[in-house]
Design a protein around this ligand. Structure first.
Ligand SMILES: NC(=O)C1=CN([C@@H]2O[C@H](COP(=O)(O)OP(=O)(O)OC[C@H]3O[C@@H](n4cnc5c(N)ncnc54)[C@H](OP(=O)(O)O)[C@@H]3O)[C@@H](O)[C@H]2O)C=CC1
Ligand SMILES: C=C(/C=C/[C@@H](C)[C@H]1CC[C@H]2C3=CC=C4C[C@@H](O)CC[C@]4(C)[C@H]3CC[C@]12C)C(C)C
Length: 583
């Protein structure tokens, strides 16, 4: 028995019939596991031994030698080799493991009971950290390579790592229209659970590996954020372990200051251990209408009109293919009942299908159209191509031969891309020669923003998701600044913003011309600050601390750090996100 389990803080487990079945199954599986020894040895040895016991130490040692540059060049020029032979198979095995594990936990282990026990384990770790003299500030033990962040920061090396290993969906309450989840539940897990029940998160974020904790303690948004706002707006209650090990809950009425300060606080106020989030009923299909636009003005006018109308389309996304061309996608949940509708079904996520954004680009030539996409296919439409990033990594990835032969392997997990290809040297080069950035700015700046991105990055496609930012009453203003030009007569007041994202190698770099990463990124950040906008902090920032604090309002955040015992217990956000050279 571990020390934690013998602790008086943790209740003894109750053995239920399900758990007895669980015990028998564990014994059977152990037997099967041993009987499969030869297969296990081959697969396990090739994948895990190579990745964890050879590749990482090899990279660590190699990067200290004069050959580091050579390795970086090899990885850079032959990224597809590393991805095809290591990242893809590892991702496949990892996904299979988690699919089985999640099914198993759902079927045989009582998650609500385990939740309380696991929260106590987090509390026990924090209390132990206090008893041992509060040496280094705390952060979650999740390793950097497993996260979705492209940041090069290494703050975790200077922190005490607390394991917040909470992976489960605790409860779906269709009457209250709430799902209660643990922070490491990811988007893929949620759609697999909710969609067959006829429900969806109010904001169902696209990428399967994004976690609830990361999206709420960072920023989450999707193509219906022009209705619901950022993901944290759909939260009813947070449950948090504070720096002294106590457990608090907060909502709009209970500890409201903490409730409003938590979003975007990046784990610097406490450890999130559960969140209650709004769910909405859904239908089996998304009816998607494609409207190609052939000028920036046409797109800007149409999008503004749709977003600000009294009856906006429930889902709205734009993919910008060049300064003047883009496709607007308008979606609504739908049933498919008639033969005409059935003829328009397109399961876009089957592995042999063309990547979604390539499919959408065709409407620029063929004109407006519509189709019915099965809901899970729609929710995860960009996963297979990692938006438009995979083409750079596997240039032949959308070729029909590749799709039919190897498409079933799916996309490499971002975590494994990072694990296998991010040597420090590569990371440095990426920051100087590629851009992964999103800003959220008012919809009134569509033209200026796209022109700015064209001048600074000259990379397409661009991602465009409209987002409603709600005005917060005095005392409730969190890190995200209040919008300045709210729409008259709305309650609560709001202003329409949009997320503009650029992910890839800028035009000048592709052509072998000079490109000043610092200048371009700083111009983008200044534009966001000047327009009461913000940058998404999963990415590297090039701002100074003063500029960062001009972008994000630290007033309530700092009050809460003091009131809820976070000072000394957790780093400040800036310490987590600041650029490497400001450490
Ligand atoms: N559509 C969208 O909205 C998209 C959003 N993103 C971005 O990706 C990030 C999410 O990625 P993901 O890998 O899921 O998350 P991460 O592991 O990157 O976590 C993001 C931040 O949240 C903190 N955090 C996570 N879990 C907890 C917890 N239980 N308690 C306290 N703090 C916690 C982390 O703290 P710590 O540093 O201590 O680990 C970290 O600072 C977000 O920043 C989001 O903006 C990316 C793509 C799309
Ligand atoms: C914020 C949004 C979407 C963002 C995604 C497109 C990016 C989020 C994380 C990005 C990536 C993470 C790590 C990577 C590993 C590198 O080796 C290659 C690049 C990348 C795959 C990179 C690509 C872009 C992201 C997926 C929207 C939806 C608001």
């Amino acid at each position: 028995m571990s020390n934690l389990e013998s602790s008086p803080l943790i209740p003894k487990r109750v053995t239920t019939t399900n758990q007895r079945i669980h015990n028998v199954l564990v014994q059977i599986l152990t037997l099967v596991w041993f009987l499969c020894l030869p297969l296990r040895t081959v697969v396990g040895a090739v994948l895990w031994t190579f990745s964890f016991f050879f590749w990482r130490p090899f990279v660590a040692v190699f990067t200290r030698t004069p050959f580091a540059g050579m390795l970086a060049r090899f990885v850079e020029r032959n990224t597809w080799v590393v991805i095809l032979f290591f990242a893809l198979p590892a991702s496949y095995v990892f996904d299979m493991f988690f699919t089985i594990r999640n099914w198993y936990v759902r079927s045989f282990l009582a998650a609500p009971k385990l939740h309380d026990q696991r929260v106590r384990e987090v509390q026990a770790q924090v209390r132990r950290w206090n008893e041992e003299g509060r040496q280094k500030p705390m952060c979650t033990a999740r390793p950097g390579w497993l996260t979705m962040s492209t940041r090069s920061s290494t703050f975790k090396d200077d922190c005490s790592r607390i394991s917040v290993n909470l992976h489960d969906i605790i409860e779906v309450d269709t009457e209250r229209q709430i799902v209660k989840v643990e922070p490491l539940v990811d988007m893929g897990q949620i759609t697999a659970h909710l969609v067959p029940m006829g429900w969806s998160l109010a904001i169902m974020v696209e990428m399967e590996d994004l976690t609830v904790g990361g999206l709420l303690m960072g920023v989450g948004l999707e193509v219906n954020s022009h209705i619901y706002g950022l993901m944290f707006e759909t939260v009813e209650r947070f449950e948090v372990v504070l720096g002294d090990g106590s457990l608090v809950t907060c909502s709009r009425t209970e500890n409201p200051d903490l409730f409003h300060a938590l979003p975007m606080s990046h784990g610097t106020l406490g450890f999130l251990v559960s969140a209650e989030m709004r769910i909405i009923p859904c239908k089996p299909y998304m009816h998607l209408t494609y409207e190609p636009c052939h000028s920036l003005d046409e797109m800007s006018d149409k999008v503004t009109k749709y977003c600000e109308s009294d009856n906006p389309p429930p889902f709205l996304e734009v993919t910008v293919y060049s300064k003047e061309t883009s496709v607007i996608m308008l979606g609504e949940f739908a049933d498919v009942t008639t033969p005409e509708q059935r003829a328009k079904i397109n399961s876009v996520n089957y592995w042999w299908k063309p990547w979604f954004y390539k499919h959408v680009a065709k409407f620029l030539e063929t004109g407006p159209s519509d189709e019915y996409i099965p809901l899970r296919h729609y929710f995860h439409r960009h996963t297979r191509s990692i938006f438009w990033k995979l083409e750079e990594l596997i240039p032949f990835g959308n070729h029909p031969i590749y799709r039919y032969l190897l498409g079933w392997l799916g996309a490499p997990k971002i975590a494994f891309l990072k694990l296998f290809t991010h040597t420090p040297e590569v990371r440095r080069k990426v920051a100087e020669s590629a851009v992964y950035q999103d800003i959220i700015v008012p919809i009134s700046t569509i033209r200026e923003s796209i022109i700015l991105f064209h001048e600074e990055f000259e990379f397409y496609p661009l991602l465009f998701y409209p987002v409603k930012l709600f005005y917060k009453a005095p005392g409730c203003e969190g890190l995200i600044r209040n919008p300045k030009h709210v729409k008259e007569g709305t309650n609560p007041p709001w202003e329409m913003y949009f997320d503009l994202g650029v992910y890839g190698i800028p035009g000048p770099v592709q052509r072998g011309e000079p490109w000043d990463a610092a200048k371009a990124n700083r111009a983008m950040e200044k534009f966001a600050r000047d327009n009461t906008g913000m940058q998404l902090m999963y990415a590297d920032t090039w701002q100074t601390q003063e500029e960062f604090e001009e972008m994000f309002d630290h007033t309530l955040y700092r009050k809460c750090r003091e009131k809820y015992n976070a000072i000394g217990a957790f780093p400040e956000i800036w310490d987590k996100v600041k650029p490497q050279d400001q450490r």
